[in-house]
Design a protein around this ligand. Structure first.
Ligand SMILES: O=C(O)CCC(=O)C(=O)O
Length: 343
């Protein structure tokens, strides 16, 4: 289904205060960006979720919950939404989103090939481990960010996004365990204090914007409401992915994802910290997977210990009860168990 976007005649850019907040803290939440488009977004997304009826196993678009059955479908994540329906590809270039991104990364903007809708279902939607997107996809410069479009109101109870202000100006943390990329930061091992993390709350139709180097994660959904967020990742046209052009190794596809302005064959090189993701998680052996799982269980225990100070976040983080990884293949995290982001 393709729906013509209804856009506001004049798209609101960010205020100077919002731009300053993004620069200083690495994130900003912008209210009411989608307007009428929100209803279309929810409708198209509901149709894709309904398509899980009768489906036996994960597809290139649908990640299913462990308890999914063909008769009682449960979708954990819609992957690569821009391929799932042309609506999402149009939405990625929405004028309100572009107006918000231009002051942050310039006029020439490319959509990354990834992106996803994390469904975070009522009652059991899993937390997401602390991570920096940059660890998954370092670029030649750091004009790279992610936009989260809220399909539902996001509040303290339904697993809001958690961000560590200013961490985008700090180190790039190791996201490896026992030599393999695991997509999560072992905060105890890395000496990372997450007690200053903030929750992002907003109404459906709002967007979050976070810098690719910002440390972030999210809590468990303890409410009876789902918390769906569509994440699109964007880069300045002159920020080239150091791991190569994603997916198709095809310049036509790469440039075809320009959502604003013009592409360029001249990457801009910046002196930025990079650690390449070594050994993608999908290729991790069962033995390594168990080792990483143990490491993350220890990480959760560490959080429990660190939670003793009574910081408001600590109680929630300690509810990352145990860690099982969704490391590709057919294996999925148990419902309610911590999971890692996917690139
Ligand atoms: O869905 C969430 O709460 C966080 C997802 C996220 O940070 C990611 O996938 O990079």
């Amino acid at each position: 289904m393709s729906i013509v976007m209804r856009q506001l005649p004049v798209m609101q850019s960010l205020t100077q205060a919002q731009i300053a907040q993004y620069r200083a803290d690495g994130y900003v939440l912008v209210q009411d960006v989608l307007d009428d488009t929100l209803a279309d977004l929810c409708r198209v997304t509901d149709e894709i979720v309904a398509s899980a009826q009768g489906v036996e196993d994960h597809t290139n678009i649908l990640d299913l919950e462990a308890s999914h059955t063909p008769d009682a479908p449960r979708v954990r994540r819609i992957k690569q939404p821009h391929l799932a329906d042309p609506f999402y590809r149009e939405l990625a270039a929405h004028g309100g989103i572009m107006a918000a991104l231009e002051p942050l990364i310039g006029d020439n903007i490319r959509l990354r090939a990834g992106g996803k809708i994390n469904m975070k279902s009522a009652d059991y939607g899993s937390p997401v481990e602390w991570h920096q997107d940059w660890a998954f996809y370092p670029h030649t410069n750091q004009d790279v960010l992610a936009v989260g479009i809220l399909l539902d109101d996001m509040d303290a109870d339904n697993g809001p996004l958690l961000v560590l202000p200013g961490s985008h100006r700090g180190p790039v943390y190791d996201h490896h365990s026992h030599g393999a990329f695991c997509g999560a930061i072992d905060v105890a091992r890395e000496g990372l204090d997450v007690s200053g993390a903030r929750e992002l709350h907003g109404e459906a139709g709002s967007i979050t914007i976070h810098h690719a180097r910002l440390v972030h994660g999210s809590g468990v959904n303890k409410s009876d409401r789902q918390r769906r967020v569509l994440f699109f990742e964007y880069a300045a046209a002159d920020a080239w992915p150091l791991a190569g052009i994603e997916h198709l190794n095809d310049l036509e596809d790469f440039n075809g994802r320009m959502v604003h302005g013009e592409p360029t064959l001249r990457p801009r090189l910046e002196d930025v910290p990079v650690k390449m993701p070594k050994g993608r998680s999908t290729r991790i052996s069962g033995r390594s997977r168990r080792r990483i799982s143990n490491t993350l269980t220890e990480l959760c225990d560490g959080r429990l210990r660190r939670g003793g100070g009574g910081a408001p976040l600590a109680g929630r983080v300690s509810s990352f009860a145990c860690a099982k990884l969704g490391l590709g293949g057919k294996r999925q995290p148990r419902e309610g168990s911590a999971t890692v982001a996917v690139a």
